[in-house]
Structures are given as C-alpha cells and as structure tokens.
Design a protein around this ligand. Structure first.
Ligand SMILES: N[C@@H](CCC(=O)N[C@@H](CS)C(=O)NCC(=O)O)C(=O)O
Length: 218
C-alpha cells in the first residue's frame, strides 16, 4: 500500500493528500511532527532535505510534491487530472510553477509578522503586493462560466493553486477583490477532499510555535 508522510498543516503535503483522496487511492498516512521527526535518521534516509511530503509506492520512494503528483497521474490515471491539449498542459504546468515559486517567499514574510518575528515594514508591503499579483494572475486565467481552470475537469492546476490559495485568507489577505478566484475557491471548498484536509483553528494555533522554530532558523 502507498505510504504518505505528511503533516496536516503543510500546503506542500496537502496537494498530494488531496490528489490521493480525489483518486480514491488507499494509502497509509504517516504523520510527522515538524519539531524534530523530520531530522530522525530513518526519515533523512527517505528525504535528505528533511521535508515532507514523501510518498512510497512499493520500490518507488519520491520526494518533491510536484514530482509526486506527476507520478500519481502516470501510475493511477483514473480520474485524469491533466488536460489533453498541448496548450492546456503547458498552462497547467505554468499555474503549478507560479504557485510554488511565487507564493511561498511573500507568504513567509507575512507569516513572520503573524508569529511576532522581526520583519521590515517595506518588505511586508512588498510581500502583500506580490501575493496580489499572483491572485490577479489566477483571476486572469479563470473563466466565470466554468468551475475550474480548464472547464469542468479538475486538474493539477486546481489542486496545486487551490490548496495554496486556501492558506491566503489565513495571512489576513482577502479574496474579495478577485471574484473569479473566490468563486473557484468556493467550488473547491465544496469537494470532500478539501473538507477532509482542511486544518482546524486549533491546529493552526498550535502550529505557530513549530512554524516559529522553523522560520527562526531561516
Ligand atoms: N519543494 C518541496 C517543499 C517541501 C517543504 O518545504 N516541506 C516543508 C513543510 S511545508 C517541510 O517539510 N519543512 C520541514 C523542514 O524544513 O525541516 C515540495 O514541494 O515537496
């Protein structure tokens, strides 16, 4: 059976978790506490960079969430989460990469403020602007007549961007100025996979100390 190493509050792990649920795959969830479990020798053997998620499928051990999604799609193509047209495949990958490259750096700046770590006011302003640019990019790529980026088919673009957008209101940034993003996100929130992987308020509060310990080292 598939083994999935994760924590409940990681956006990087959540995109894999949602995909496993959407594909209705059986898996053994292995919960890690990021205040130390990731540095244990047995875990470092799986991922020398001490990051979750990790997926093990028989003799295949994979790190890096986007690589795991590609693997799951190739090995378990039912239901399909990759569109058929070349231009849509390119656009889907673009949305995934914009999400993982452009959102984390400004999000970390804002998180520092939320957990009372020192942060420069100008950097904070810039970070909010950068997140606004990403949200506008999603807005421009969505269409009000369809549920998802590529019509009615849920794709990896929705899973990757949608799990990341779920964390944006937690940074104190409203989606109100982006009506297509808001409606798309509400569509995603109705899916069982989203509801099942949604962190609770208590979990979010409890995570602040762990996050502080990780960010203090950066
Ligand atoms: N590029 C990696 C990033 C993984 C990552 O940064 N995971 C974080 C949790 S969101 C982690 O495990 N952090 C623990 C640490 O840095 O020690 C991916 O997409 O899988």
């Amino acid at each position: 059976m598939l083994k999935f190493y994760y924590t409940r509050l990681s956006v990087n792990a959540r995109r894999v978790w949602v995909t496993l649920l959407e594909k209705k795959l059986e898996f053994e969830p292995i919960l890690l506490k990021l205040n130390g479990d990731q540095f244990k020798p047995e875990f470092l053997k799986l991922n020398p960079f001490h990051h979750i998620p990790v997926l093990i499928d028989d003799d295949c051990t994979l790190i890096e969430s986007l690589a795991i999604l590609d693997y799951l799609e190739a090995k378990y193509p039912n239901p399909e989460f990759v569109p058929k047209e070349a231009k849509d495949i390119g656009k889907m990958r673009e949305i995934e990469l914009v999400t993982v490259n452009e959102l984390p750096p400004p999000s970390i700046v804002i998180m520092r403020e939320i957990i009372d770590l020192p942060v420069d006011a100008k950097k904070l302003e810039l970070a909010k602007k950068q997140i606004g640019t990403v949200l506008q990019y999603f807005e421009d790529n969505l269409d009000e007549n369809h549920s998802y980026f590529f019509g009615e088919q849920l794709t990896l673009a929705d899973i990757v961007a949608g799990t990341a957008v779920s964390a944006i209101p937690l940074l104190g940034i409203s989606l109100d100025g982006y009506p297509k993003v808001k409606r798309w996100w509400e569509n995603l929130q109705q899916r069982e996979s989203w509801q099942q992987t949604e962190p609770t308020r208590e979990e979010l509060e409890a995570s602040k100390a762990i996050l502080k310990a990780i960010l203090e080292k950066k």
